[in-house]
Design a protein. Structure first.
Length: 553
């Protein structure tokens, strides 16, 4: 026989189930909210107090996430997934209402199947269901679900939310940053004084000075400190100097840094992050080979030169082969005195090897230095200046050996002999006789190139026969010829060097005046000979007297 389940009982049990689930979920949510906010507040407090490093903040965040997830799973998700069945709910009602005396659980179980169990009377089941409905009709099953925990945790959650939100708004300048730090932001812990360091991590050359600087925000103190910790665990504390023109700016210079260190700057209650100053050796020259290539006109072979003995002929090419102490990415040669910088060539397979060359200028240069940039972007500094003594190619020397007199008398038909003595460091390329006549072409300067017969001698001694009768037009008596010798060397690098003798004069006179001049010169010569003979005779007499005195005669 068939039995009919009670719609009333089913509805009341369903309402009980919904109430039971809602209370459980809300209790779990309230607990999760309260615990989460409390843990978050504790994490912010301890971070503000202890300035927790990133690693500890990560652990703290993981612990909070684990606790929050555990509460959600146990107090919210588990009740949703494992809801009580009708039997459990009926027993719950039976415990709360003993007067039912098992009728409710019996009615639920016996009407679960539409067919009555063998040996069971359907009429008795229907009667049992009617009695259960009669007892259940006035009873609100939902009231048997206790809400004490929900009320406690709900009030706690509301209290925590209100207090937390109020505190967050009140201390917004601090709490926002602390909240960001809880979620692993790298901003600093908010203090009354905020410390900002620009370009905190530095790389400097070993032995250099380093400037540690910071800017203060908020409350500006009158002084501060920087704590320096070296790799040897040695710690030093230096006072910071306040910039009088900019009170928020603090700094300290540490001289002659030999080792890397970390530092933290403290201003009032605030401090900076930990920064690192790394010292690396600057690149320097380990070895350098120098080879001088002389200008081609000298005919000299290349010569090795020591870096400490660089006396170089102007116009020479100095080739350099350099080995640095570190791998380089760029290098140049700086010529001091002429403000010139020449790139050096790097060997790609051996980045410490450099080659370069430069032409020795005739003036201005007094040395050179090697500028280097290594692969760590560290520049060379205070590099050695290699002194260079520039030896100029001296111009040739020349003089007129004949005529000996500065002013000579000549006739229009004479052949005037001009004696020349010239000397150069290397070779003479050209010799010129320059002259001008005061009565010809308005005394315009003219030149006669002397034939060296395709030779370039280092020394030249020659007598040039100057045929005055070849002048066109013929020279008139009374004309004055101003002449001199000009010599040019073969310096095609920094020259040529040109030298001229003093100017001498030749006056054109008549033959009679020339004869008179010759006679006068002959008389002067004879007079000189007589004077020499007299002096010789006097010397002989004195010598004889001296000999007799020595022999006692």
């Amino acid at each position: 026989m068939r039995v009919q389940p009670s719609a009333l009982l089913r509805e009341k049990i369903s309402a009980l189930r919904r109430r039971h689930l809602a209370v459980a979920v809300l209790t779990g949510v309230s607990m999760a909210v309260a615990v989460a906010i409390e843990l978050l507040a504790l994490a912010m407090f301890f971070d503000w107090w202890l300035d927790l490093p990133w690693g500890l903040r990560l652990i703290s965040l993981l612990v909070q996430a684990i606790v929050f997830t555990f509460i959600l799973l146990r107090m919210v998700i588990r009740p949703v997934l494992l809801q009580p069945d009708d039997d459990d709910l009926a027993l719950m009602v039976e415990r709360a209402r003993p007067e039912l005396q098992g009728r409710l659980i019996a009615a639920v179980q016996l009407t679960r199947s539409p067919e009555a169990a063998p040996g069971t009377s359907a009429a008795m089941i229907d009667a049992l269901v009617e009695e259960a409905e009669a007892f259940a009709q006035p009873v609100d099953f939902r009231r048997i679900v206790l809400t004490d925990r929900l009320q406690r945790f709900g009030m706690l959650a509301m209290f925590v939310v209100v207090v937390g939100f109020s505190g967050f708004i009140y201390g917004r300048a601090i709490t926002v940053d602390l909240l960001k730090r809880v979620f692993l932001s790298n901003i600093g812990v908010p203090r009354k004084t905020r410390v900002t360091v620009v370009d905190g991590n530095k790389i400097i050359g070993r032995g250099d000075s380093v400037r540690l600087e910071a800017f203060a925000g908020g409350i500006i103190p009158a002084n501060g400190q920087v704590e320096v910790r070296y790799r040897t665990r040695r710690t030093q504390i230096y006072s910071l100097e306040q910039n009088r023109d900019n009170r928020i700016h603090f700094g300290r210079t540490i001289e002659n840094v030999q080792d890397s260190f970390t530092y933290v700057i403290f201003l009032n209650d605030g401090h900076s992050d930990t920064f690192t100053v790394t010292t690396v050796p600057r690149p320097t020259v380990a070895t350098m080979e120098c080879e001088q290539q002389f200008p081609a006109y000298t005919g000299l072979k290349p010569a090795k030169r020591a870096p400490g003995d660089l006396s170089l002929l102007a116009g020479s090419q100095l080739k350099l082969n350099i080995v640095a102490t570190k791998d380089l990415q760029h290098a140049s040669l700086k010529l001091s005195g002429v403000d010139t910088e020449i790139p050096l060539q790097l060997d790609t397979s051996q980045p410490r090897h450099l080659t370069g060359e430069f032409i020795v200028p005739p003036k201005g240069m007094n040395g050179f230095s090697i500028q280097m940039l290594d692969t760590e972007n560290m520049e060379s500094r205070d590099t050695a200046i290699y002194r260079v003594d520039v030896i100029p190619d001296r111009p040739p020397t020349v003089k007129i050996t004949y005529p000996e007199r500065k002013e000579e008398l000549v006739t229009r038909q004479a052949t005037m002999v001009v004696g020349i003595d010239a000397l150069d460091d290397f070779a003479i390329a050209r010799v010129r006789l320059r002259y001008k006549v005061d009565t010809v072409d308005n005394a315009a300067e003219k030149v006669i190139e002397l034939d060296l017969e395709e030779e370039s001698p280092q020394r030249l001694r020659r007598r040039h026969e100057w045929r005055l009768r070849d002048f066109r037009p013929t020279l008139s008596e009374g004309s004055t010829i101003e002449y001199w010798i000009e010599v040019e060397d073969n310096n095609d690098a920094t020259g040529p060097g040109i030298t001229a003798t003093e100017h001498q004069l030749a006056k054109v006179v008549s033959e009679a005046e020339k004869r008179t001049d010759l006679l006068n010169r002959a008389g002067d010569t004879l007079g000189s000979i007589s004077d020499v003979a007299a002096d010789q005779e006097k010397l002989n007499r004195n010598l004889g007297t001296l000999i007799r005195e020595k022999t006692g005669r």
